[in-house]
Design a protein around this ligand. Sequence first.
Ligand SMILES: Nc1nc2c(ncn2[C@@H]2O[C@H](COP(=O)(O)OP(=O)(O)O)[C@@H](O)[C@H]2O)c(=O)[nH]1
Ligand SMILES: [Mg+2]
Length: 338
Amino acid sequence: MDYQWYPGHMTKARRMMEENIRLIDLIIELVDARAPQSSRNPDIDELGRGKSRILLLNKSDLADPALNKQWKDYFVQNGLHVLEINSKSGAGVKSIQKLVQEACREKLERDRKRGIVNRPIRAMVAGIPNVGKSTFINAFAGRACTKTGNKPGVTKGKQWICLNKSLELLDTPGILWPKFEDQRVGRNLAFIGSINDDIIVAEEMALELLEELLRRYPENLEERYGFRAAEETPLRILEKIAEVRKCYGKGESLDLGRAAGLLADDFRSGKLGRITLETPEEIARKAAAPGSAKPEKVARKVSEPEREVSERLARKTSEPGQAAQAKPKRADSERETN
Ligand SMILES: Nc1nc2c(ncn2[C@@H]2O[C@H](COP(=O)(O)OP(=O)(O)O)[C@@H](O)[C@H]2O)c(=O)[nH]1
Ligand SMILES: [Mg+2]
């Protein structure tokens, strides 16, 4: 499937980021630990040049613990200050204060040399849609006080949350846009729920997810659904899920759309276990591959079952009165409410 992000949103998001980034010392960047590379926008490196940087592997509770460690090391090696957190439960969130001091050490040092004392660090949370920015701000800031933006000395129109006397957080996060460097990234973002489901063909996505899970975590599939998965094709597994979960359509036919929905929910809610869809090793391998200097457009091999479903869907969506949805044009981020 071809996943896209509407360029209009991208322009707006970028403008907002550029505007807000001027006001701050520290970027607290959130990624989804289940796909830390895909859920990141590498433009942040350029946008945030000269700023202190923290990267949080959020939703670490849903990701593979061993890979959380690997990703943490990977980002640390790339010069970031990194923590695994779970914004929903608050796990790991307390340790951020210490990390902030570390990340901003140079800035604080500079201030001190210039005789500036007690100037709070100003921070902004940033990330692509759905990585948990709002949840994180709530967990981190809690009931901290909010300084409204229309007093003298406070930037107009902006609200700052004072976390303590040395740290202020911009109350609206910076929305980054997903960067579809290749189809793999688009697929991962669809799996973790960063692209709205209404633009995605559920069955097609389910088959792609099953292909990944079969390769990486076949035992998790077996554990969850109670049948042997390892030697099966993605389509056969989807059918079996429909059977064991009693997803029937008209007559005796299997409702694969419903089974696909169940699978997506199971994956996203962690019922399939803690899963990470990419590894630092794969990123390194890809970077070392010849011709990898430019982001490649991967022409993905389409497996037989996928072709079958695609064709079936193409037939279905070209029926009169039915909106064609196989080619999503936009991921609607309008719903994004910080
Ligand atoms: N399991 C888990 N879910 C989370 C975590 N952080 C956020 N979520 C969920 O992810 C979804 C998106 O979070 P939200 O804060 O709205 O993301 P935003 O679009 O970046 O602001 C919500 O359903 C949250 O409850 C986390 O650390 N663990
Ligand atoms: Mg939000």
